[in-house]
Design a protein around this ligand. Sequence first.
Ligand SMILES: Cc1cc2nc3c(=O)[nH]c(=O)nc-3n(C[C@H](O)[C@H](O)[C@H](O)COP(=O)(O)OP(=O)(O)OC[C@H]3O[C@@H](n4cnc5c(N)ncnc54)[C@H](O)[C@@H]3O)c2cc1C
Length: 433
Amino acid sequence: MGFRTSHHLAAPTGAALSQGLRPARLLRLGLFIYDHLGGRKLLPATKTLDMRTDPAGAPLQPLYTGAFEYSDCWVNDARMVVLAARDAADRGATIRTRTAVVAAHRDDGHWALTTRNVLTGATETVQARLLVNAAGPRVDTVLSQTLGQNSAGQCAWSSGSHIVVKKLYEHDRCYMFQNADGRIIFAIPYETDFTLIGTTDQDYFGDPKDVRISDSEIDYLTKAATEYFAKPVAPDDIVWSYSGVRPLYDDGASKAQEATRDYVLKTSGGSGEAPLINVIGGKLTTFRRPAETTLTKVEALIGAKGAAWTRHAKLPGGDFPATGFAEAVAALKQSHPFLDSAYATRLVRLYGTRAGILLGAARSCDELGVHFGADLYEAEVRYLVEYEWAVTSRDILWRRTKRGLLGDAIRIAELDQFLAALSAPTSREQKLA
Ligand SMILES: Cc1cc2nc3c(=O)[nH]c(=O)nc-3n(C[C@H](O)[C@H](O)[C@H](O)COP(=O)(O)OP(=O)(O)OC[C@H]3O[C@@H](n4cnc5c(N)ncnc54)[C@H](O)[C@@H]3O)c2cc1C
């Protein structure tokens, strides 16, 4: 999807950091290294801002007089994951969503896997020459429960939560605030009308599926934001929150926050025994690095082709220059003049040049089919079902688009009905069955 630059205002300085110059000096040194070692080509250089005159100072308490600005790339995590899956499917991979590997054992030099579709309950057996266990936080669970192997507990868990509030400021830059406990809290423009505030980071021992934001996390995030913003952020301002569990390689750190965020590959099998590669830890944004390292291992273990090729590969819809977002929006508006700027921008942000497939030959919003409210039409829903494995309204509204943030503006019951009708077998299919 190409990328958009995002300007970060790192740790506004002033009264809050007035105990000494060390934090500011350290930051300046860090940013100097960022500028000079990072191989910066497209991103603007770092700079110092006077928060009394820069618009970035306006939403903050007047205590802050200076800030450092650096630029980085941001990515919509959910879009990146689904586009990586779409890319793999376009290149011949079979993607089975909502399908759990429920058992696996080595059988005569192969892996024999049993999978179960969690919606239909249908099971299937699959044979594989090699198995990659990339189950994220569940990597140990898969090892011990699904593969029946002794797992020494190689993956530690840290939970993290974000809150979303109505937008706190108009400009498009992010803030990185130094919190009193030494952690960084960020505030990022989110889905046009909102601000995302995150994140927390604490040891987690529950079931990953049960992870939810706690009252103490709400308190922590709202208080941290209130420290800096002129208008206090209160728990009642939260319109949505989400939480997750980070898989961290257990490197013996006493606290999850201190554990490495890097990934580790652990391999077993080979020489006659079907190989297993466990992927432990790792970041989302650098996903191609562990993926390529894993494939290099696959090549060494079973001779399948694993040469690195992703360095310049674009995700589906990202076939326009990294600095060409505005031009891509203009091109979409030219081919579909009925789109207003906000709608065209949203479509390009989510689907890139594939927005053209979604819109087809439509010449008006009416021709996009059933209108579910706001800017959500049948054409987008059908696209998400056909190309992005969406099944439920939750998939559409939260996992793929975040249109759920619009609340009552979207008629969810109508969307549910539409999706149910779309997945129901036609009378011809019923007869054939
Ligand atoms: C609050 C928070 C903030 C974060 N911020 C960032 C950030 O800013 N930048 C960044 O790079 N990373 C960030 N991360 C980390 C990032 O989300 C994870 O590192 C990343 O998701 C790990 O990817 P993964 O594919 O290894 O695991 P997951 O994304 O957890 O994927 C594992 C998959 O395996 C599936 N699975 C599990 N068991 C089975 C089974 N038996 N059969 C079939 N499938 C199975 C799961 O359903 C899941 O789809 C953050 C994480 C959290 C929680």
